[in-house]
Design a protein around this ligand. Structure first.
Ligand code: BDR
Ligand code: CA
Length: 315
């Protein structure tokens, strides 16, 4: 089992990423931390607690982190995820509570308490992780790798070349990519292969129990905004791709490359400059995802959600 810390901003795809990490037997989920991104910190934290309550994830501490990017005002994605950050289904009042510790201190403590280096999976802006590496530089040695959802080798989704998670806090992303910790970047070029087709929605619905209908409703809402904003026939389920890379590296093919973050570009703030051909002469600082085994990705995801559902006594 790979020990994992999941840092997220739920968010429809983050919600599924939480369930995948908690439900797959290859992952030992040590903590869930939240950051402002898709919505304000209060909302992303509430959403993480809603998901944990729904999925019966009671033994994993949830800690709230940074309420805004390191140096910039927060930009949220209400157009994609709705006013709550998790629009669509009705959620019961959460019975899982957040711990009092700040996310950065929770991650720091878990890194030191765990006997082996831990894999960190950020699926939101990188504010918490950059702050951790700045405040506790020695923690870099306790992190086995950072496997993140963010960036793109191609075009962006919030600017011509910028992906949302990197765009929201590019200074944080620059710290993470420059930290010397092994980084794997799962960007839009790959997550846009993980399309939630009607067949996938039907498989989620068929899980039944507590999870099936809620996951199907989440995906139906997510599909509606992707259709409206970008004309997608089926929405891309970004964040679980990073979790899948940890579960089974063979699911996500990667190449070594240098990635620079555009923090001050005139038209390109938040772009990930992925030097796939080594033009700039820098040593690679990341593994960059370039391929996804789509059928096996969905099989693994549906199986993990089914396992969680079974533990709740559903399905
Ligand atoms: C990323 O941005 C967020 O809206 C999603 O949750 C995902 O992490 C995709 O660009
Ligand atoms: Ca996210």
């Amino acid at each position: 089992m790979t020990p994992v810390l999941l840092d997220c901003d739920p968010g429809h795809d983050d919600a599924i990423a939480i369930m995948l990490a908690a439900g797959d037997s290859a992952v030992d989920l040590l903590a869930i931390t939240t950051v402002a991104g898709n919505q304000t910190l209060g909302k992303t934290t509430l959403n993480a607690l809603r998901v944990c309550t729904l999925a019966g994830i009671r033994d994993v501490p949830v800690g709230a982190g940074c309420a805004r990017p390191l140096t910039r005002p927060l930009r949220v994605a209400a157009d994609v995820h709705g006013a709550s950050g998790l629009d669509g289904p009705r959620f019961a009042e959460p019975t899982v509570r957040a711990v009092g510790e700040h996310a950065v201190d929770l991650v720091h403590r878990v890194l030191h308490e765990h006997p082996e280096p831990v894999t960190v999976v950020p699926t939101g802006p990188l504010t918490n992780i950059a702050l951790l590496l700045t405040r506790y530089p020695g923690d870099a040695a306790r992190i086995r790798e950072i496997v993140l959802m963010g960036g793109s080798t191609e075009r962006g989704n919030v600017g011509p070349y910028a992906e949302f998670n990197i765009f929201v806090d590019p200074e944080a992303a620059a710290i993470v990519f420059g930290s010397g910790v092994p980084v794997t970047m799962c960007g839009l070029n790959v997550t846009h292969q993980a399309l939630v087709t009607p067949d996938v929605v039907a498989r989620l619905e068929a899980l039944g129990g507590e999870l099936g209908p809620v996951c199907a409703e989440l995906m139906t809402f997510f599909a509606s905004t992707y259709r409206e904003l970008w004309g997608f026939e089926a929405p891309p389920l970004h964040d679980p791709v990073a979790v899948a890379r940890v579960i089974d590296p063979a699911l996500v093919e990667c190449v070594d490359a240098h990635v620079a973050i555009e923090v001050a570009g005139e038209h390109t703030r938040g772009a990930t400059v992925v030097d796939l051909h080594g033009y700039l002469g820098h040593a690679p600082n990341a593994k960059v995802a370039v391929g996804l085994d789509v059928p096996r990705f969905w099989d693994r995801l549906v199986a993990a959600l089914g396992r969680l559902n079974g533990r709740r006594g559903g399905g």
